[in-house]
Write a protein that binds this ligand. Structure first.
Ligand SMILES: C[S@@+](CC[C@H](N)C(=O)[O-])C[C@H]1O[C@@H](n2cnc3c(N)ncnc32)[C@H](O)[C@@H]1O
Ligand code: SF4
Length: 416
């Protein structure tokens, strides 16, 4: 009951948060709005795939080499505008789509990043089918620290039904084997609570992850946008969130209780905490590429999803921002709370340094409620999500991301 209530509140607040305005003014975006010493991470979106998975809500298009080449030119231009505006980054996250789909362009972009910035970490996601020994060597040489592979499931039947027909589970295992040991972190993504998935199949996926000695796993609860949800339900069965807790309990039992470190409530690493999601490590971030989202000091904005509109703006030397919202102070702190709790802990001292106020002054009601329901524990310096709180925060994040996926769906359909 408590996770459902927490999910309901997040869904309601998330809807308000994601009500965006089309009055955009890119002159508002400048490094002068940053707090002194504030660091941002950079997310870089590559929206091309060889086949489009029916459940996926990200901004993605069927791969076309010419379009993708042109896209990389605009991407560099967008980055240049941020540089001109005085922004600097050291941690980078390539997401998609499939960032490795045009390797020579990706490598040239990474070289450009190294020319312009002091690069500390690069995280990159791709699909297992893309991986070859040569690609692994090239990505390693290019300085990729974390490679994330979207496996979804090791069950052949599941993959077929999910429309992931370009790479079998047997091949995926081989590809993971090629990457293991070559990067600081190799992560795999697994999905849970897919309509026709069974708990047994999911537990086999977890077992295989452990047997293969993979560094890190990110478990995604299914978060379909409304149209994707109806399409899945027409084809398979109801997307039933009441089944989800059983899946999450398996994660707690088989992963969390077995000593894996949680860097988010969905991401678990073997051994020490490894790098993970950009939204957790940095309170604020810039996203470049079509359909990327950014948050800088209370300004939340999304880029054009349409490749044409994205390009049009950049040709005019303008940031390709399509929608924006200036968050209220309360919204900003609540978003901060959600993302930090997603990352399982909040450093109270850091909060005070960053915002010049005690966390209870800004988020007292929320924290007291979370304590009351037994979701968090506290020491003098830190607030931590405890075992009971893990699923509560997972539901809250699922609801927030489902809202974001709905925004993506509307934006793609309207080609904003
Ligand atoms: C954007 S994809 C990039 C990885 C890569 N393109 C791939 O599919 O292998 C990142 C992850 O998002 C997750 N994902 C995509 N659509 C989702 C949805 N509707 N609900 C939950 N997770 C989703 C998948 O687990 C996927 O691996
Ligand atoms: S899940 Fe990955 S491969 Fe499939 S459409 Fe989405 S981004 Fe592309």
């Amino acid at each position: 009951m408590i996770p459902e209530i927490a999910g309901y509140i997040t869904r309601r607040e998330g809807r308000k948060f994601l009500k965006l305005s089309d009055e955009v003014d890119d002159s508002l975006i400048s490094s002068s709005i940053l707090r002194p010493g504030q660091q941002l991470s950079l997310y870089i979106h590559i929206p091309f795939c060889r086949k489009l998975c029916p459940f996926c809500c990200f901004n993605r298009y069927l791969f076309n080499a010419e379009k993708a080449r042109e896209y990389f030119i605009h991407l560099r231009h967008e980055l240049d505008i941020y540089i001109q505006k005085g922004f600097s980054f050291s941690d980078f996250y390539f997401g998609g789509g499939t960032p490795t789909i045009l390797m020579e362009e990706l490598l040239s972009f990474i070289s450009y990043l190294k020319e312009k910035f002091e690069v500390r970490n690069i995280s990159l996601e791709t699909t297992p089918q893309e991986i070859t020994p040569e690609m692994v060597a090239t990505l390693k040489k290019a300085g990729i620290n974390r490679l994330s592979l979207g496996v979804q499931s090791f069950d052949e039947g599941m993959l077929k039904s999910m429309g992931r027909t370009l790479c079998t589970a047997v091949e995926a295992k081989q590809k993971i084997g090629l990457a293991l040991g070559q990067f600081e972190t190799v992560n795999i993504d697994l999905i849970f609570n897919f309509p026709f998935q069974t708990l047994e199949k999911f537990c086999s996926d977890i077992k295989l992850f452990k047997e293969m000695d993979i560094n890190q796993v990110t478990f995604y609860p299914l978060m379909p946008s409304p149209h994707k949800k109806s399409a899945l339900e027409r084809r398979f069965a109801k997307v039933d969130n009441s089944r989800e807790k059983r899946y999450y309990n398996s994660i707690l039992r088989e992963i969390y209780d077995q000593g894996y470190q949680a860097s988010t409530v969905w991401c678990f690493s073997k051994g020490e905490r490894m790098i993970d999601e950009y939204i957790v490590n940095y309170a604020d971030y810039v996203g470049i590429g079509a359909g990327s989202v950014s948050l800088i000091n209370g300004i939340f904005y999304v880029n054009s999803f349409s490749l044409e509109k994205y390009a049009e703006n950049l040709k005019k030397d303008r940031l390709p921002i399509a929608r924006r919202r200036n968050l209220s102070e309360k919204e900003y702190y609540q978003y901060y709370l959600l993302t930090k709790l997603f990352g399982t802990k909040i450093n109270k001292v850091q909060f005070k340094q960053q915002f010049g106020a005690d966390i209870y002054q800004k988020l007292g009601t929320e924290l007291r409620l979370l304590k009351l329901v037994g979701a968090i524990s506290e020491t003098a310096d830190e607030i931590r999500v405890n075992r009971r709180g893990m699923y509560i925060i997972s539901v809250m994040m699922r609801e927030f991301f489902t809202g974001l996926n709905t925004l993506r769906e509307i934006s793609i359909e309207n080609q904003i």
